[in-house]
Design a protein around this ligand. Structure first.
Ligand code: ATP
Length: 494
């Protein structure tokens, strides 16, 4: 759906139907935090469970882990996060607003390009604008293209670019900036109750490090053999400045990460990489039911890729604010294990039982945000037909699988029979009950939370033992016998 207000519409629906609420709302809100309401909690749980089922339970070679959210400072020194995990920020001296430097620069170039591209050829424009400036090579209609070129640039160059182009503050319109400075994204936690004797720890900035530091524990306490993966689902925390795109980027979010360990002398990393690529795509399209026309792969440039990574790809989704990273896939070599070996002084190698050689395995890492998957499925499912708004959610992830209504709430025989059907179906499926308002309102509310089927008990039911089933996507209705309902849902919810 191409609609400039699409994000606003989704955010409004999520608030009015109990998917997502702004965090700490009754106290005026807390920026970049969100709470998930009854529908959101079910949707998130369904996505999370499908991910776990697909990548852990359905695979013989991947096991799970649930590591601590609070972790020793040393872990983050070893991983490079305390030194390098930082956003380049710039403050407006006039209004004190703070922005990510790459965001205001890319917005500036994008606006300039959009405004002027009517009259000039793109390459001509860019050379007019930046002369021999090597930073911006190709204008891209897609902001990510420009941001990518800015990523990894030294902060001095970002400062220079902001002042050379006299970029204006998006908040107050002045051009009076501080130098660009780096802000670390990790949340420190002070442990201990004795003042002056506090020790520093961090809320984890990603789930992956918990996997690396437990690598030896897992090998020693289970039957795993290389190649094998360790998967983890859980909260991560990053003190980021966000752009207000709802739950796309928040300071607390849930990740699903896998570290797939292998011996590079025995396995072809390109094949493992391709297998994960297929798995990720397939999960999004088949398990979550997202249109593949809204997905694409983007390979990281040499400048953007971390120095230890041999190859990094992002699976991107066409969000209402453009194509953005959904899921990263990286071949990280043995960087993480060797760093932890160095910083902890512990031997993290394992013995190859055939050759008796010590190996420090390499890893391939697919890393996704569960909340980002949720924003993607909401975007993909949002549909309008005339006045009707409905979420075309894949039945596998819809909060409720069906709703049961008595046609009239004040007719005891209808209510009793509907209640019985509801209780029976609840043994197998998550079912909603609604007897408020008129049938039109009930349909509208179930449509907006994506319930695939509505079952109505009416006066004919008392005579023919059949109910009306209405399909969410087509709004078509059909009559089904009560004893066939369980089978009907089993068949249609596949
Ligand atoms: P981005 O470029 O969007 O900041 P990243 O490259 O820092 O993401 P990773 O560290 O690779 O992301 O994390 C893996 C996944 O976790 C991302 O693909 C994304 O889906 C999710 N993620 C990362 N940061 C956030 C955040 N602040 N809020 C929600 N999800 C996030």
């Amino acid at each position: 759906m191409s609609d400039s207000n699409l994000l606003e519409k989704i955010v409004a629906l999520c608030k009015r139907r109990g998917f997502i609420y702004p965090g700490s709302e009754i106290y005026g809100g807390l920026a970049n935090t969100y709470d998930y309401g009854p529908m959101g909690a079910e949707l998130l749980r369904n996505i999370r469970n499908l991910w776990w089922d697909y990548f852990v339970h359905k695979r013989e070679d991947i096991v799970g882990l649930d590591a601590s959210l609070i972790s020793a400072a040393k872990i983050w020194e070893a991983s490079g996060h305390t030194a390098g995990f930082a956003d380049a920020m710039v403050d407006c001296k006039n209004c004190q607003a703070r922005f990510r430097a790459d965001h205001i620069i890319s917005d500036f170039f994008l606006n300039f390009y959009r405004l002027s591209s009517k009259s000039k050829d793109a390459s001509e424009l860019i050379s007019d604008m930046v002369g021999n400036n090597p930073l911006i090579i190709i204008p891209s209609d897609d902001k990510k293209g420009i941001e990518t070129k800015l990523e990894g640039l030294p902060i001095e160059q970002l400062t220079k670019l902001i002042s050379k182009e006299k970029i204006l503050c998006p908040n107050c319109g002045k051009s009076d900036w501080t130098e660009v400075r780096k802000f670390n994204l990790l949340f420190p936690v002070n442990l201990g109750i004795v003042e002056g004797d506090q020790s520093l720890a961090y809320l984890r900035g990603e789930t992956a490090q918990g996997i690396f530091i437990n690598f030896k524990n897992i090998v020693d306490s289970t039957r795993v053999r290389l190649p094998f993966g360790v998967a983890q689902l859980g909260k991560s925390f990053r003190n980021e400045i966000t752009l207000g795109n709802s739950i796309f980027r928040t300071i607390e979010f849930e990740q699903g990460e896998i570290e797939y360990f292998f011996d590079p002398e025995k396995e072809d990393w390109q094949k493992l990489f391709e297998d994960f690529k297929k798995g990720m795509w397939n999960f999004v399209v088949s398990s979550l039911g997202v249109k593949d026309s809204n997905l694409r792969w983007r390979e990281h440039s040499d400048q953007e890729r971390s120095f230890y990574s041999k190859k990094t790809l992002d699976l991107e989704y066409n969000f209402p604010f453009g194509y953005k990273e959904l899921w990263g896939l990286a071949y990280r070599t043995d960087y993480d294990l060797s760093q932890h070996q160095k910083f902890s002084g512990k031997d993290l190698t394992i013995l190859d039982p055939e050759t008796n050689k010590k190996i420090l395995p390499h890893v391939i890492e697919p890393a996704v945000g569960i909340n980002r998957l949720m924003l993607m499925v909401l975007t993909d499912a949002y549909s309008e037909e005339g006045e009707r708004i409905f979420l075309k959610l894949n039945p596998k992830i819809a909060p409720y699988k069906a709703a049961v209504f008595p046609l009239l709430a004040n007719k005891e025989e209808l209510v009793n029979l509907a209640r019985k059907i509801y209780e029976d179906l609840r043994k197998e499926f998550l079912i909603a009950w609604d007897d408020r308002g008129n049938i039109g309102k009930r349909y509208a509310s179930q449509d907006e939370i994506g319930t695939p089927y509505c079952i109505t008990v009416d006066f004919d039911t008392l005579k023919d033992d059949s109910v009306t089933i209405r399909d969410r996507n087509s709004a078509k209705q059909e009559r089904v016998k009560i004893p066939d309902l369980t089978n009907y849902l089993q068949e249609h919810l596949k």
